[in-house]
Design a protein around this ligand. Structure first.
Ligand SMILES: NC(=O)c1ccc[n+]([C@@H]2O[C@H](COP(=O)([O-])OP(=O)(O)OC[C@H]3O[C@@H](n4cnc5c(N)ncnc54)[C@H](OP(=O)(O)O)[C@@H]3O)[C@@H](O)[C@H]2O)c1
Length: 265
């Protein structure tokens, strides 16, 4: 299903994006890998080779998703690579570790720039390409935090809720044009997300916390996402901790869920 497809992944230098790159490479896709750190993208490209991708099958395309000026040129380069973009995986993101009262507005704005406006800007740039093709697939790595609000994540939860709303609404707009939309809602996955999360003053949290350290293996997570995309799922929950049950509790017993999260540390 992915053989010969061109798939553009943001946040491909680490974590879920990196693991997805390996899965798509093994499935025979051509890849465009984006993130800010060139050397990490080159490392991922080299490792895609071990999954069977040739050097010509992977384009490294450094991009800061918050830099709108770069987005048009990057989209042209991504499209120029194979003449089309079959899938955009909007996966770049940063998290938060701070209480609302301690969080500067600049930190909230930064979270929204990366997690919301960066994704919207890139999606808007790629959408006309897919409309011209008459097909395409928009994928976004949202989060369980896009469904449930928890302590120390007011900005992150707000951003991920925004992404769920944006992509659900987009799906309704583009379904008749042959363009699919998939939202992914991971629980805790073992990546560098906590280390790079923002504290209230905008500095990095700088360490792995208990939830992430005990989270799902990222390779396993990527396999679940691949299976979900293959099955044509519109929403892909992925994780193996109690946070996944919380999704169900929120849906059917919201007041129970609100009480549960108040008690969480
Ligand atoms: N791990 C979890 O438990 C979890 C749970 C739910 C959702 N998610 C979501 O999954 C996605 C991937 O996160 P991860 O867990 O794999 O964390 P990660 O290992 O920290 O990866 C984050 C990726 O985003 C990229 N990135 C950050 N800021 C960027 C920017 N301004 N422009 C372009 N790329 C940027 C980073 O690359 P550079 O630093 O090289 O730019 C990196 O490749 C995020 O959207 C995150 O919110 C993660």
């Amino acid at each position: 299903m992915f053989k010969g497809k061109t798939i553009w992944i943001t946040g491909a230098s680490s974590g879920i994006g990196e693991a997805l790159a390996y899965e798509f490479a093994a499935a025979g896709a051509s890849l465009v890998l984006s993130a800010r750190r060139l050397e990490e993208l080159e490392r991922v490209k080299a490792a895609c080779g071990k999954q069977g991708a040739g050097a010509d099958d992977v384009l490294v395309l450094p991009l800061d998703v918050t830099d709108e000026a770069q987005i048009a040129a990057a989209t042209k380069a991504a499209q120029g690579f194979r003449g089309r973009i079959d899938m955009l995986v909007n996966n770049a993101g940063i998290s938060q570790r701070s209480l609302c009262v301690d969080t500067d507005m600049a930190t909230y704005r930064r979270l929204f720039e990366v997690d919301v406006f960066g994704q919207i800007a890139l999606t808007k740039a790629v959408l006309p390409v897919m409309q011209d093709q008459g097909s395409g697939h928009m994928v976004v790595t949202a989060s369980v935090a896009g469904k449930i609000g928890v302590r120390q994540r007011t900005g992150y939860c707000a951003a991920k809720h925004a992404m769920m709303g944006f992509f659900d609404a987009l799906r309704a707009e583009v379904a008749s044009e042959g363009i699919k939309v998939t939202t992914i809602t991971p629980g805790f996955i073992r990546t560098n997300i906590a280390t790079h999360a923002l504290k209230g003053d905008g500095s990095e949290f700088g360490k792995v916390d208990k939830n992430i350290a005990g989270g799902m293996d990222v390779g396993k997570c990527a396999k679940v996402i691949m299976r979900g995309i293959e099955k044509g799922k519109k929403e892909i929950p992925v994780g193996e901790g109690s946070e996944m049950k919380a999704l169900w509790v929120k849906r059917f017993f919201p007041n129970t869920l609100f009480k549960m999260v108040e008690k969480m540390g």
